[in-house]
Every structure is written in structure tokens, then in C-alpha cells.
Design a protein around this ligand. Sequence first.
Ligand SMILES: [Zn+2]
Length: 398
Amino acid sequence: MTQGPRGADGVLAAGDAWGSALTDVAVAHRSWTLDQQIRLTQTPAPTGNESARARLVQLALRRAGASTVRLDAAGNVCVVLGEGTRPPLVCMAHLDAVYEDGAPMDLVPVHRDGPVIRAPGIGDNGRGLAALLTLARLLRAPELAARLTRPVHLVATVGEEGDGNLRGARAWFDDAARQGMTPHAVIAIDGPGDESIVHHAVGSHRLRVTLHGEGGHSWVQADAANPIHALGGFIAAAARLGNVRSRDAVVHVTRMHGGESLTAIPQQAWVEIDVRGTSSARIEQVRHDLRRLVAWHTLPGLRAEVTVLGDRPAGTLDAAHPLVEAAARATARVGCTPRSAVASTDANVPLARGIPAIAVGAGGRGGGAHSRHEWYDDAHGARGIERLLRLVLSQAAG
Ligand SMILES: [Zn+2]
């Protein structure tokens, strides 16, 4: 295979035919990408029930020319482009969306308002999924396929949002580990945008602490242990565990409930606690401290119940890592300013396992994610696709 002049981004220098061809290719696919985005967004995919949208992605990947599209046991849609035994590049986009008003039974209404498109999930992650399909289409084209130096796995994942707890990504990396495969790098494609590079993964640990007691008349059984009093002490102590300034672990009691009557000692009370942070070690420490506080505040006559509601690993990739630098160069090449960002995405899973991973947007502008007011503007949509393509090629092509 002949090689063209290589640029600093590991793909090809600005000004050569190939470099500008990538711009043309992204622009040429702009409306195709947007059509996919709208079509996928219309099909509801609440976390835990992504199968209808997964089938659509499966079909679209086949139409894009991918011959072996696989649905794994978790419900992820998986396809491999290129071949060889080198560690693969993995690109992931999550299938599920958040519906503020509950999951729609039928089609999700999509409204066009000039250049702006409004629909829950249109950006997060209709845009990311559409970009994944565009990658499948572009990387199958002979000119690009011939340049792949390692396999590229495209994965549309289930269970990224909320209590999905990154279920799909976890299952995929568990499978890969069982097969002895360690990816070269992972790119999570999540939402719109063409500037930010997420290389700090926010981890979280969520739990509910319930205290049960005997209850009773608040005068006659006045000496019975009171779960709300005990939880009051627990809350005050738990609030002191986090560090808002460093953000290595932030602790918030986010919900509480308890008691049955104004004139009775409560039989039960509960609080929910949201621990988030950029340090797995600190989150682990807080988790341990919370258990200790629960034991401490479970006074005689009370019984504690702790339920884990969510668990996401944290992780960080150094800004000087070649993957982060390649993303910064791809961002600059399309005329945008790279911005370091912190978020919780599918990239949390590989990062926590020591596999280089970042998350990037899939172009365009957007806002109102996870609400009924979510919007997307495709004015510069092609730029984000070009950035993504350049990044992918920097990792998987010669
Ligand atoms: Zn997302």
C-alpha cells in the first residue's frame, strides 16, 4: 500500500488531496447523517428497553455494507470493520435516551423549527448513533477501508443512562476480556458538539439507607428509638464526607422520606445519597465511611437496610496521552478549540480498566439534554463528523 504525505495528526497533512477529501466526505454525508439521526430518535429507546432502536441500528449497519452485525447477550449491536490481529479501536454510542415525561409508547415526535430540531434524545444520543452509522458507511468505502491498520469495532450500547449503570459497555468489555482482547483505544461518541474531549470520567455510587424501628405512640412509647432522629445524625455526618473543592468525591443527600403520622414515632425512614467524583479511591473511601456511619447511627431498637442504587467507576486519562492529543489535533484541524471535559459516559468502563478512552461529541450544537426541551442545530454538523473521522483514522489507519 502506498502512503501519502503524513501530517502531524497521523493521518495526512492539510492541503493534500486526501486531507481535504475528508472534509468533502463529511459534507457529502451531512443530510444522510441527519436523516439517520431523526429516524433513530423517533423510535423510543428508554433505558432497559432499547430493542426496537437496536433492530433499527442493526438494519442500518447492514444497509451501510457491514456483513456481520451481531446482537450480543446484553443487547448491544456490534460490528467489526477491517481485519487483523492488532488490538482494535472501539467506537461506542449508546442506544438509550432519557424521557422526562416517561417513555413514549409510539413514535417520539420530532419538530423542525428552521435549522433547529426538537425532540427528547435528538442530541443525546440520536446524534452519536447517527455518527456511528456514518462511520460504518465511510470506513467501508474502499479508499478508507484499504487504509485501516487494525480492526475497528463499532458498538451501539444499551443501559448507558441513569440506572442502566453502563450495563452494555460493562458487558462488552467483560466479553472482550474473556476473549483475551485488550483494545488499543476507545472512543465514546455521545451527544452533539465538536470541541470538548472528555478524558476525566466521573464515577458515582448511589445508595438508599433505610432505618426501621418499632414505631408507636409518641407519648405512650416515648422511649422507642426514632429512625428520623437517627437519620438526622447520619445526614449531618455524611454531608461532611465529600470535598466540593477538589471534586475527587462529592457527597449529597438527594432525597428523604419517613414517618407515617404527626403523632407517631416513625416505623421507618430513608435517605438517598449520591456520591460522585473523579477519584475511584476516594469514592471507595466514602463508600466505606458511609457504611461505618450507618452502623454508628443504627441505635438499639433500629434495623438498617442499605440498597445500592447505582455504581459507575471513575477514571482519568492524562491530557498528554496520545489519544487525548490526537483528539485535540483533530479538533484544531476542523477549526475548533479543543476543551478538556469531565463527564460520565460509556468511556468510564474502559478508563476504570486501564484502557485508554475518551468521549467526544458528534458535531452540531445542542442543549436541554434529558428534558422534553432537548434541541439540536445541524449548522456545523459536518464539522463534528469530520473531526470524528480524523480522530478514528489517527488511531486505526496508516
Ligand atoms: Zn449520552
